[in-house]
Design a protein around this ligand. Structure first.
Ligand code: SAM
Length: 282
């Protein structure tokens, strides 16, 4: 929990209640989103008031009404305290992202991973982001590597509108192109064989998109950033489990793997950096 929030809640929640809330607070721009576990339902107003009171930059506090779901990866938000809606501007690594926390996916928790990936892009690269959302990975890559070109695809029209606006806000219109539609259609139509790097940040379903990624890769190959959710019982290695999801026939070499975050008890989001020496067009 952010320190000021912890201090504020220490007065109204017990140690064990605080632990229940631990993984469930996200600050995006000037709003705060809480995942309130059922045990704390009755305390939600107290918690929201404490957040508003103790974190002066927070304008409104929302609770997540259900899980992130559907093809667009969105969630319902209910305002508990404060004013205004779910649209806000979030700053990250010198970039600004306009976000609608209800109608398009955005997570501030992936900030370190985005910065890491952006730092790997070399001059002259062409990056294809199959699941670009409101643009954070795509924009950060273009900002950090001034001699690369990025294509940022998303199927959610709201995400695409925000991504296009974010590209303008960050002055990258000459190098980041937002494409609205299904990656399965757009890649074969417009981006076949162009990419030196492909991003696959849809951990629930990325494994269904290997064909699309291999189509996007240049004939000389390239690097893929693959994200997946794996269930790793105690004693097993989540990275090895994720590696089993690579396409069987392609010549792939795992450059590195890491747990990006814990997404549930025993479940991890794993990121793999994978080099394909030559593209296997399917
Ligand atoms: N990369 C972004 C980020 O980190 O904020 C967004 C990642 S979000 C987990 C996954 C995104 O994939 C959603 O915005 C969703 O609309 C999009 N998506 C889902 N299926 C898709 C498809 N078939 N083609 C293109 N985008 C898709």
């Amino acid at each position: 929990l952010p320190r000021p929030l912890k201090r504020a809640l220490a007065g109204i929640l017990s140690e064990s209640e605080l632990r229940l809330l631990r993984a469930g607070v996200d600050a995006i721009g000037d709003i705060c989103i809480l995942q309130i576990p059922p045990e704390l339902d009755a305390r939600e107003r107290d918690i929201a008031q404490a957040v508003l009171h103790q974190m002066p930059y927070v304008r409104a506090v929302f609770k997540q009404g259900g899980p992130i779901s559907g093809e667009h990866r969105t969630r319902a938000l209910v305002r508990l305290e404060g004013q205004g809606g779910t649209v806000t501007s979030h700053r990250e690594h010198g970039c600004i992202f306009k976000v609608d926390a209800e109608r398009a996916y955005f997570s501030p928790r992936l900030s370190t991973e985005r910065w890491r990936v952006a730092g790997l892009v070399r001059p002259g690269e062409i990056v294809v982001n199959l699941f670009g959302g409101v643009g954070p990975f795509s924009i950060l890559a273009a900002k950090r590597q001034p001699a690369c070109t990025v294509y940022s695809i998303d199927i959610n029209p709201v995400a695409c509108e925000l991504a296009a606006e974010n590209v303008r806000l960050n002055k990258l219109t000459h190098r980041v192109t937002v494409l609205r539609g299904d990656a399965r259609q757009l890649v074969p139509e417009r981006l076949r064989g162009v990419a030196t790097r492909v991003l696959m940040p849809l951990p629930e379903r990325a494994r269904e998109f290997w064909n699309v990624t291999l189509q996007a890769l240049a004939p000389t190959g390239g690097v893929v950033h693959y994200y997946t959710h794996v269930r790793a019982p105690r004693g097993s290695d989540p990275i090895q489990l994720a590696a089993q999801e690579l396409p069987p026939k392609a010549r792939a070499e795992i450059l590195g793997g890491r747990r990006v975050r814990e997404v549930g008890p025993g479940w991890f989001e794993v990121g793999l950096d994978v080099a394909f020496r030559e593209a296997v067009l399917t």
